[in-house]
Design a protein around this ligand. Structure first.
Ligand code: PSV
Ligand code: MN
Length: 388
């Protein structure tokens, strides 16, 4: 069995991955949303579910909120509820993609009253962050156009910068803004923040507290995502990851499911660039579980990240460096692949047990009867869903 050194285990011990509250609500496609018994009905129940993931893995100590989906009357109570369940409230995500007023834009809109409304929504999110104790405001914008000529793309970039400056000015000293990019959807011709370069240009003009968020599902097929990871780390502007996996577009599948090797390559650059257990680089999931159970879906996801991190840490860096300098093409590639092909699962299981965690968190959760319990308890009310 492969053993993991004390140095590797101590790095793994420091790893934390934030969960998205919306992963616990029902979600689906525009064709159908399949409801699951026991789905949370409010933010409190979503957090209780997220805490289960942490309980079985010790990997997920915080939960991201999405506003207004997770709006509550009393954020101090929500915070206490999270802490009572052994987790913290994390990143606050703004949402300017589900209001009629934002049909033609929000932070980029040419109508000043709509742009004001969108800026004010972000200021409200910052107020919430003060109550929840959150550090990061995450902004993803669904803005763009469907047809050439529909919009003045240049004017929209300028208005975006002005809007972001107003939001940035409201951040507390220890707070940050992370700007997420996505190459298309819902807009199909142009998107106002389509790529890492645009996000970088926008946040670089703001200041040190503004960073880029990289969602692994937001690139064209074939994009070398690990190169972007390397570059953003090199520039000191990689603020956070939204981890998920995709076969086609923004599928939001379990991280590592479609392309485990890509996840390995990304984590290899994270390790290489000093992004692991670096407080500047938040690891988050951004996923939707359309057909699988949600809590086990999240358990599987964080375990996949942990497993690929262990493999990335196994790379013999000295040997790799020597092979690269000697232009030993096949040797260098072989060193990387040796780490990727190493089965670290038995060693991780043994290590978990030594820390009082279940060797197999998936099996332990399944045996706990928790899903049946919440299905029995959570009757009545309206189940939470993506978009509600
Ligand atoms: C947009 O596709 C996105 O990745 C953003 O992070 C949103 O907040 C999230 O998905 C909503 O599911
Ligand atoms: Mn995302």
């Amino acid at each position: 069995m492969t053993t993991l050194s004390a140095a590797i285990l101590s790095q793994l011990e420091g790893q934390s991955i934030e969960l998205p509250s919306w992963a616990f609500g029902n979600s689906g496609t525009r064709f159908r949303v399949f409801a699951t018994a026991g789905t949370p009905r409010d933010a409190f129940e979503k957090i209780a579910d997220a805490a289960e993931v942490h309980r079985y893995t010790a990997l997920a100590p915080s939960v991201a909120l999405h506003i207004p989906w997770d709006k509550v009357n009393d954020y101090a109570a929500l915070r206490r509820h999270a802490e009572d369940h052994g987790v913290q409230l994390g990143t606050v995500n703004s949402n300017t993609f589900q209001d009629e007023d934002y049909k033609f834009g929000a932070l980029t809109h040419h109508d000043e009253s709509i742009r004001r409304k969108a800026i004010d929504h972000h200021l409200e999110c910052i107020d919430i962050m003060h109550e929840t104790g959150s550090r990061d405001l995450k902004i993803w914008l669904a803005e763009g156009s469907n047809y050439p000529g529909q919009n003045d793309m240049r004017g929209r970039q300028d208005r975006l910068q002005d809007s972001l400056q107003q939001i940035y000015a409201r951040l507390g000293d220890a707070q940050r803004l992370v700007l997420e990019y996505k190459f298309f959807e819902p807009s199909f011709y142009h998107t106002d923040v389509p790529d890492w370069g645009t996000s970088y240009a926008q946040v670089a003009a703001l200041g040190d507290k503004a960073m880029v968020c990289l969602d692994t599902g937001h690139h064209a097929p074939g994009t070398n995502i690990e190169f972007i990871v390397m570059q953003l780390l090199r520039l000191g502007k990689l603020g956070s990851f939204d981890f998920n996996s995709r076969f086609y577009a923004d599928d939001d599948l379990i991280v590592g499911s479609a392309d485990p090797f890509q996840l390995f390559r990304i984590l290899t650059e994270v390790v290489r660039g000093g992004g692991l257990n670096n407080p500047d680089v938040a690891f988050m999931l951004d996923q939707c579980h359309n057909i699988e159970d949600k809590i086990p879906g999240q358990i599987r996801s964080v375990l996949n990240v942990q497993e690929m991190t262990a493999r990335a840490l196994l790379i013999d860096r000295d040997a790799l460096d020597a092979a690269q300098r000697a232009n030993d093409v096949l040797g260098a590639n072989g060193i990387l692949m040796d780490a990727f092909y190493t089965d670290v699962r038995p060693a991780l299981a043994e290590w978990r047990e030594s820390r009082g965690l279940p060797a197999d968190p998936m099996a332990a959760f399944a045996a706990s009867g928790h899903l049946q319990r919440i299905a029995d308890e959570r009757v009545g009310g309206t189940q939470a869903g993506w978009g509600a």
